[in-house]
Design a protein around this ligand. Structure first.
Ligand code: CP
Length: 350
């Protein structure tokens, strides 16, 4: 049985993740080129919990549900009782019985994991301090749509530049799962192996990636020597200022990262003459990346990457809800007919 929730891509096989991308690309084509909507989630409701702000993730989930014939409810920071007056356990039980599927962007990874534990409905991790798995699938889709001539995804090299954010860690997970060569070019103290962003029980992030590599044949390199990015097909970066309550003052992070880790056209060319630029966004222009790279129509994939959040999230929603449906007892038409007759009897009194 496939995993009920989408908390971590390490819970899925390479084939399952590629099936989701395949579905995402087919639905993108059907809607954008065919002008038709696959109404696969009629009468389904998504509950969206956001403990942090969001542009791309929130809009993508809400639009995806509309596109598929379903509906999304938004619960912004402080708008529901999650983990405050009501425990995560109780909220998970209740919310999982009120909606068909939940997504949560949380302050602490444990909260989304606990929500999944207690919710009968599937739960999607919309980003925690540990990982960003919906971003991962959108990024995988973007790379697959933009493969260099003659290469498969497992032949490609992905270079992440800068801080070991949860996006960096997530890219290591998906790249190692796919059998790619993954590189983090970042300063000591901000490398994946430094453990700054590990979850409460101190997961060994690199060990997870290395386990993936044993199966897939991928490789992982972490270095502060720029030569490690040579031959990269995709050059990816994220903001430098830390995450959530670990945000750093500008002067301190600029001292660490600037100018060595700023993605410039020289750095893109050091990777290779046709390397493509990626960024999860939002970007801080002039810090981790310069305008010339971000706005280059040939080299920058960051805008299509942002749009692919919506296309890939549609596939995650369909995958989980179809899987949940297949686990349920089949609908009983006789029960529906009885209930309908009873409703009509009651209504005849009004
Ligand atoms: N990349 C990403 O998750 O963007 P948002 O924070 O705007 O959702």
């Amino acid at each position: 049985m496939a995993c009920k929730d989408y908390i971590d891509t390490n819970d899925f096989t390479k084939e399952e993740l590629l099936d989701m991308v395949d579905l995402a690309i087919a639905m993108k084509k059907m809607i954008k080129e065919g002008g038709e909507y696959p109404l696969l989630l009629e009468h389904k409701t998504l509950g969206m919990i956001f403990q942090q702000v969001s542009t791309r993730t929130r809009i993508s989930f809400e639009t995806a549900m509309t596109d598929l014939g379903g509906h999304a409810q938004f619960f912004g920071p402080g708008s529901i009782q999650l983990g405050g007056h009501e425990s995560i356990e109780d909220s998970g039980r209740v919310m999982g019985s009120l909606v068909d599927i939940l997504m949560a962007r949380v302050d602490r990874h444990k909260d989304v994991a606990d929500l999944a534990k207690y919710s009968a409905a599937p739960v999607i991790n919309g980003m925690s301090e540990y990982n960003h798995p919906t971003q991962e699938l959108g990024d995988l889709m973007t790379m697959i749509e933009n493969l260099p001539e003659g290469k498969k995804i497992e032949d490609c090299k992905l270079a992440f530049i800068g801080d070991a954010t949860q996006v960096c860690v997530s890219l290591m997970f998906i790249a190692s799962k796919m059998g790619m060569d993954f590189v983090q070019f970042g300063p000591k103290g901000h490398q994946i192996t430094d453990g700054g962003l590990q979850v409460e029980n101190k997961v060994d992030l690199l060990a997870i990636g290395q386990e993936n590599c044993k199966v897939s044949g991928g490789t992982i390199t972490i270095s502060d020597d720029i030569s490690c990015i040579e031959g990269a097909d995709f050059v990816y970066t994220d903001v430098w200022y830390g995450l959530y309550d670990q945000e750093e003052e500008g002067a301190s992070y600029m001292d660490v990262f600037f100018p060595k880790y700023q993605v410039t056209m020289d750095m893109m060319n050091a990777a290779g003459p046709s390397s493509k630029f990626m960024h999860c966004l939002p970007a801080t222009r002039g810090e981790e990346v310069v305008d010339e790279v971000m706005d280059d129509p040939e080299r920058s994939l960051c805008w299509v990457e942002a749009e692919n959040r919506k296309h890939s999230i549609r596939a995650i929603l369909v995958y989980l809800l179809k899987n949940a449906e297949s686990q349920k007892k089949a609908a009983n038409p006789a029960v529906a007919a009885d209930a309908k007759a009873h409703i009509n009897k009651v209504l005849s009194k009004f």
